[in-house]
Design a protein around this ligand. Structure first.
Ligand SMILES: [Zn+2]
Length: 82
């Protein structure tokens, strides 16, 4: 009986660990349910962005970079072809 209780306890511990995740900013491990978009409560209070917003920012950055390269490239081409 105590062996069964021990097995249940170990299973519960394993399940609890599986639900934990590290915050993407400070690395604090806590239960996933308390995290919003990979960000712990403390970092949410500090206004740090979540995974989705970071990905959106990276996309915007890449697009801006690509546009900048296009503008500079066309300017150089115009100078060369003049
Ligand atoms: Zn954090």
């Amino acid at each position: 009986m105590s062996e069964l209780a021990d097995m249940i306890r170990r299973n519960m511990v394993a399940m609890g660990e599986e639900e934990k995740e590290a915050c993407i900013h400070c690395g604090t491990e806590w239960y996933r349910i308390h995290y919003r978009d990979g960000v712990c409560h403390q970092c949410q209070q500090l206004g740090r962005p979540g995974r989705t917003e970071l990905a959106a920012r990276r996309r915007t950055f890449r697009r801006t970079l690509a546009f900048g390269a296009l503008v500079i490239g066309s300017l150089i081409l115009r100078m060369v072809l003049r």
